[in-house]
Design a protein around this ligand. Sequence first.
Ligand SMILES: [Fe+2]
Ligand SMILES: [Fe+2]
Length: 402
Amino acid sequence: MPLRNWLLAGSCVVVVGALAVLMRTTSATTPDEKPVVPDPATTAKFVMEPYLQFATRTSIVVMGETPTPTTCELEYGTVFPTDKVAKVDKADTLHEIKLDNLQPKTKYFYRMVCTDADGKKFVGKPSTFFTAVDTADAYSFTVIGDTQRNPVITGKVAKLMWDRRPNFVIHLGDVVDNGPDLKQWTDDLFKPCQELFAHVPVYPCIGNHEKNHAHYYKYFSLPKPEYYYSFQYGNAEFFCIDTNKPVDADSEQYKWLDSALAASDATWKICYHHHPCYSSDSDDYGDTAKTNSTYGALKHKPLIALYDKHHVDLAMNGHIHAYERTWPIRAGKVDRKAGVTYVTSGGGGGTLEPFEPTPAFFKNQSRVDFHYCYFTVQGGTLDCKVFDHEGRLFDQFGMKKD
Ligand SMILES: [Fe+2]
Ligand SMILES: [Fe+2]
């Protein structure tokens, strides 16, 4: 939607019109020169352009950050020009606005407009969001991991993901290379993903490179206690775990996941966390030129029994900067009928890593390349295609259930 239409629809037309008139009457211009009308979207820049978080069937969160304290108006609605406004009167730099009472599987238009104490406006790009679908509906999502301070590659992969028009994105952690470094959040992650994140909510899990920094909890709006959470989308339920924290049988996360999986009646149960349960990486779990790999850290292995117990369909992780898909595994063996498929997807930008020299018992597909995964789901059909950063398909798999 052209910005001009929004300006005509909103109060900013007054500001732009006044500036244009002022310049025409006071500027000395030659016949070749055209007066320049300042664009409010570029004269005052957001630190974080508006982006989406945590879509449900009836709600979504819109976030944005300005360099100085501002009040905020979020214009939104199912029609254009928009007919609703959510206002934040308390001046602040970070805005986190939850919209409730939305209609399911519905397209909304939105624009964030912030104003500082001097009246300077920060005008977000007009964008759209889509609320979560019902259980019978088709939907899609993309998966990326380990973006880690490589904005050129992250930007390419983000554009390819956006080209797919997914309903949402899952990020498998190591979203930045150094959690305390604010610029890595603003410039290396959110900027190259701006168009994607402005249209599609991203659901992250925390990696080791975030260093458990407050930036993670600040920029992602997640249900308490944030480091683990679940959400439903369509006929699937997703369970996010922080594998930097304990996941042994006595841990809070393990107990929560055990009861949350038991309580789920979703058609598809999908778990994700940063570290792998199964990986044939060359040196993270033993130097495989000299010894055998443990195929993942032993401290993360307790999750496997939980996934077997609750018949989880898919467990996804990052951390290893490559792609790997296992055969379905159950009780430590390939079980094509009843096993859990494990996918490592750590190809969002971090320095790529090789695999061990010999094939692991669980390995189905592997590739060392930047990439993303694209999942499509409807009813009892779940398909995945995996593309490299040039858009080349290099793996695909599917699951079916009644
Ligand atoms: Fe990583
Ligand atoms: Fe990592």
